[in-house]
Design a protein around this ligand. Structure first.
Ligand SMILES: NC(=O)c1ccc[n+]([C@@H]2O[C@H](COP(=O)([O-])OP(=O)(O)OC[C@H]3O[C@@H](n4cnc5c(N)ncnc54)[C@H](OP(=O)(O)O)[C@@H]3O)[C@@H](O)[C@H]2O)c1
Length: 262
């Protein structure tokens, strides 16, 4: 039987690319986002290619929306095998340039949205005796970089949740994987520019395609692993940070974003 996979934030970017890729692999997709037109377009692309898609307009900051996502998946497909917590966005700036309401919005979508989606799926996974929670964090959820403190904190928070959950579930047939993409070619940077409200420079570093990230996630669904680094060499940053955090500070300062002026 084909897998049933829910993806939050599937109207664009990594979520959309992963949905299309997994549909090609034969999975049934339950996709959610806030923009109906964009989500319907992704669903139409999947069905036009012979796949199955159930689009659900939902906001990850609303617990009831995530419960509905899981309930509708069971209603339509009889089960849910994977919950991919992907919806998210960024705001750049020094911590004292980030307003409290911006920080709250980042936490609400990136962290609390992940919590709501995982929490909605877990009781079903326990009843089924199987399931897979995939959490899309970021390389800045492993190592902070200049002027991304507010965003980075939400990405570290996802990792804390995932690591605790993963250790609770050791020995069960429920898997938890965390994805650590580097800069990926999506609408993320346009949204960040809009939400930041002031010009920001791009970091100097590798820019990967959504296909690279989607392929790495598809592989991990076949063979669950705790951590997914779609850009394999980015693990070096994590190792450098563990061995020599002060040196790592200088490296990320050199290659990171430049100051955002008030
Ligand atoms: N691009 C990168 O460089 C990069 C690097 C590392 C990690 N990531 C992470 O990858 C994930 C996906 O980002 P992306 O690059 O694909 O960005 P994107 O192209 O801007 O896509 C973001 C997706 O999240 C959805 N979304 C945002 N807020 C939502 C909410 N409250 N409820 C439901 N859906 C919501 C958006 O849909 P609607 O607007 O239609 O709701 C959209 O489908 C994020 O968690 C991001 O932090 C991205």
């Amino acid at each position: 039987m084909s897998r049933v996979i829910a993806i939050t934030g599937a109207s664009a970017g990594i979520g959309r690319a992963t949905a299309l890729r997994l549909a090609r692999d034969g999975a049934a997709l339950v996709i959610c986002a806030r923009r109906a037109d964009r989500l319907d377009a992704v669903a139409a692309e999947i069905t036009a290619a012979g796949g199955q898609a159930l689009p659900i307009i939902a906001d990850v900051t609303r617990a009831e929306d995530m419960n509905t996502l899981v309930a509708r998946s069971v209603e339509r497909f009889g089960r849910l095998d994977v919950m991919m917590c992907n919806a998210g966005f960024g705001i750049a700036g020094a911590i004292d340039d980030i307003a409290p309401d911006q920080m709250q919005k980042l936490m609400d979508i990136n962290y609390t949205g992940t919590y709501h989606a995982a929490r909605a799926a877990l009781p079903l996974f326990r009843r089924q005796g199987s399931g897979h929670v995939i959490i899309v964090s970021s390389i800045v959820g492993k190592r902070g970089v200049p002027f991304m403190g507010a965003y980075s904190a939400t990405k570290f928070a996802q990792v804390g949740l995932a690591e605790c959950l993963r250790s609770e579930l050791v020995g069960s047939n429920i898997h938890v994987s965390i994805v650590f993409p580097v800069s990926t070619d999506t609408e993320f940077f346009e949204v960040m520019l809009r939400e930041t409200g002031t010009p920001i420079t791009r970091a100097i570093g590798p820019l990967q395609s959504v296909t690279t990230v989607a392929t790495a996630i598809a592989r991990a669904i076949e063979r669950p692993v705790p951590e997914i680094f779609p850009h394999a060499r980015s693990r070096a940053l994590v190792i450098l940070n563990a061995l020599a955090p002060g040196v790592c500070d200088r490296v990320v300062k050199r290659f990171g974003r430049k100051p955002v002026r008030r």
